[in-house]
Design a protein around this ligand. Structure first.
Ligand code: PBG
Length: 326
């Protein structure tokens, strides 16, 4: 006589059945691939702490986008890596139409109108202080920063880009940028808000890539405290009311609970940013032979989907697409 009514293992007994009952799946449609842009021609420099990830000059970036489109990756988040001479207190370079970033964005959209291009709105790549907002007497001032961010967003929208990504964590910026975009005739440009962006040590390799580490202090007066989750709900409420189209959680892996919370409470799509430090850890352990990098990568990405993200920004996008090519 069998005393077990339920034997969950029956639903795991073969690959066919495991596939039938599988709840979540990662596909190439989920990805946004972050790319780093540098000045020059035919230039490609590897980010030391991110093996396999390169800063690319415009010509090589166009080639990279073309090859990714062929693999089914449709969406790219472009970050500029600028030398110090392009940085000042007010991020002037961020609206320079003849500057590297805006010129390249225009070119990308001209060459690949079908590519969905996301841009970053924050002052840090252009700021001599290395902060996301305007610094006055050692303080990151909120409301004056909003003007700069809105001008930056409009300048990017004028290049034809599709999604604005405010990553600065100033209060009220989503609504402010939304109004500015609408007034300038860009009501079709989307906003993917960095909604719950934590003050995290996982951004280290990204700051190496852009040479954008803060010149003093840290980002704790604007990015969130890793100890908090209610605050994420508040940020999401505000972004929702201010007109965000997507809500992002960043980093992803240590914040899966936040992804789940936001997905439960809000009807907007949730994006997870699988950040630079998360990528670096997998690469470093895999290089030592301590983990199976491919399997760990796939498991990590899947965990973000399971938590409730429908979009994943990840440096793994291209290698995943190559590995899973049919
Ligand atoms: C800057 C910005 C950061 C990242 C995306 N936009 C770094 C920071 O806030 O210091 C991090 C991305 C990553 O680590 O992969 N506003």
């Amino acid at each position: 006589m069998n005393i077990l009514t339920h034997r969950p293992r029956r639903n795991r007994k073969s690959s066919a059945i495991r596939n039938l009952v599988q709840e979540n799946e990662v596909t190439v449609n989920d990805f946004i691939f972050p790319l780093f842009l540098i000045d020059g021609k035919n230039k490609k420099t590897e980010v030391k702490s991110m093996p396999g990830i390169f800063r690319l000059s415009t010509d090589l970036m166009l080639k990279e986008i073309e090859s990714c489109l062929k693999l089914g990756i449709t969406t790219f988040d472009i970050f500029p890596s600028l030398t110090d001479k392009f940085k000042d207190k007010t991020a002037t370079e961020s609206t320079n139409k003849n500057g590297l970033y805006l010129k390249t964005l225009t070119l990308i959209k001209k060459k690949f109108p079908e590519a969905c291009i996301m841009t970053d709105v924050a002052m840090d790549p252009y700021s001599s202080d290395g902060h996301d907002g305007l610094v006055r007497n050692g303080e990151i001032v909120n409301d004056e920063t909003l003007d700069i961010l809105a001008k930056m967003a409009i300048a990017q929208a004028e290049c034809g880009i599709d999604i604005i990504g405010p990553s600065d964590m100033m209060d009220g910026r989503v609504g402010f940028i939304r109004n500015a975009l609408d007034d300038a005739g860009f009501s079709n440009v989307s906003i993917m808000s960095y909604t719950a962006k934590y003050a995290s040590a996982f951004y280290g390799p990204f700051r190496d890539a852009l040479d954008s580490a803060p010149k003093f202090g840290d980002k704790k007066t604007y990015q969130m405290n890793p100890a908090n989750s209610k605050e994420a709900i508040l940020e999401a409420q505000l972004d929702f009311e201010e007109g965000a189209d997507f809500l992002m959680v960043k980093p992803a892996l240590s914040y899966l609970d936040i992804i789940k919370d936001l997905n439960t409470h809000f009807s907007l799509p949730i994006a997870a940013y699988n950040v630079s430090g998360e990528y670096a850890m997998v690469k470093a352990a895999a290089a030592k032979g301590w983990i199976d990098g491919d399997r760990v990568r796939d498991e990590i990405l899947l965990s973000m989907k399971r938590a409730g993200a429908s979009i994943i920004l990840t440096y793994f996008a291209k290698e995943w697409a190559l590995k899973h090519k049919n």
